[in-house]
Ligand binder design. Sequence first.
Ligand code: TEU
Length: 556
Amino acid sequence: MTDLIKSADWWRDAVIYQIYPRSFRDLNGDGDGDLGGVIERLDYLRTLGVDAVWLSPFYPSPLADGGYDVADYRAIDPRIGTMEQFDELVARAHGLGIGVIIDIVPNHTSDQHPWFREAMAAGPESEAAKRYVFRRGKGEHGELPPTNWLSNFGGSAWEPCGDGWYYLHLFASEQPDLNWDNRDVHEEFLDVLAFWCDKGVDGFRIDVSHGLAKDLREPLRDRIDPTFMAPEAADGSDPLWDRDAVHDIYREWRELFNRYTPAKYAIGESWMPFTSRIFQYAQPDELGAVFDFSMSKAAWNRDEYRETIERTHRFALDAGTAPTWVLGNHDVPRIASRLGLPSGATIETWVTSNGTEPPVDPRLAARHARAAALVMLGLPGTAFVYQGEELGLPEDFDLTEDQIQDPNWERSGHYFKGRDGCRVPLPWTSEGPAFGFNDTGKAWLPQPDWFAGYAADIQDGDATSTLSMYRHAVALRRDLVANGSDFSFDWLDGDAYAAPLLAWRLPSGMTVVANYSDDETLPLPQEMQVLASSDGTIEPDTTVAAIPPACTLWLR
Ligand code: TEU
């Protein structure tokens, strides 16, 4: 293990790279990415300079929800690899100074998990069924669901299972929700977490961390607005989301994590309104960190970024944790398309099947995405990079209805096309089978021809490429941006950096300036030395007196 991961605070200023294993690199050529592929590309990750990888689920799964339906929490899906390979991956990553974080899915299991199979075999009134949430429906014969609760992916959250009985699933019907009032569930997850801690993983990303604890007292309560997939009030009173009891679970987990040296890292995924309540998950006696997705929702707009950054920073520091910065992940449209939408257009208008091409301006999207990357990497805190972001890879809108695998598509009655467009296997080479994803050309989602233009190999030696920009910025970040547990920086306001510029200075002396105008080159207060630039034509170590449109510069 390297020095980095030996310190308990290693994650606070880290760059964490998210790997979606099925789509990263497929060494055995079966069309699904695998651990062998990750091991093979550890050098690529080292060159990129990331401090840790977070692996999305690799567990045995029927893939009803891309692996977030887990059938066995202590094993590797044979399509993805073996436990020996996992051990090798952890050892080799540590040898290179790269930490390994894995995904834990505690809100629900797969319907193929032995517990759920046992429950279904024994019936809804059995002891086995008490690990899940089974209820009789309303109406004389239970013909109506027990409550108005809806699935996040569309439709009722209650799946009928015979004789007027239903089980609860807040996601796909193949993802039955666990009953966290049942002590078995607590014990099982403590055991699963210890299993992976003992294997040497450095931390966990907790799926749907604001779920788990539900108000299951009888009679179950309807929700006021069932279409609202977040807590109805910021006071823990929602029957499903962000209940106070969920925090007891994480206090238990933290005790376990702290038994290891260094203590294990944990970050919650609580998709809920961006209030300070999110940061309760990040308290030191709980998970310790939580995602703030504000930036992945923000439009490329100076005031929105200023407000978002300020809020995330303040909430995080108040909670005694690191700010977290996210531009994209496997659930949201890729940044290199999203930031090319005309102002006012929302995500919904283009992940739905309304029959129109999303109105993305590809040139602007690419410029904005690069500028946003240098904004994000120029902020102290934990920065997350989703695989392909470093290539400037856009969203794939070309997937046809018969190719879509995301359960959102069926469950929304063919309204939401879903999240597959950001999960297409990565292009490693501009030529050859599956753009170097593997040697056979098979791919679980087809890659569009234009992926060739984004391949890692053609960006590799090109100093102006997005990949080179990321490598350069991540390398500089350690000395110039990361500043321990302090996370301080000063906004530069006033005439010298007036809107549409956004600027701040770090304790290292580096100044970050972002120009949010799309057409104006704006003067800088004096000639400055370029450390990094999102505009490939401005080379590091040159001097500039102005900043081009839609650009971020790191300056001294
Ligand atoms: O996502 C949780 C979540 O709240 C999602 O519904 C998210 O809002 C949605 O994907 C946006 O369309 C996590 C995982 O990241 C996601 O991939 C899983 O599908 C989900 O949990 C269920 O496990």
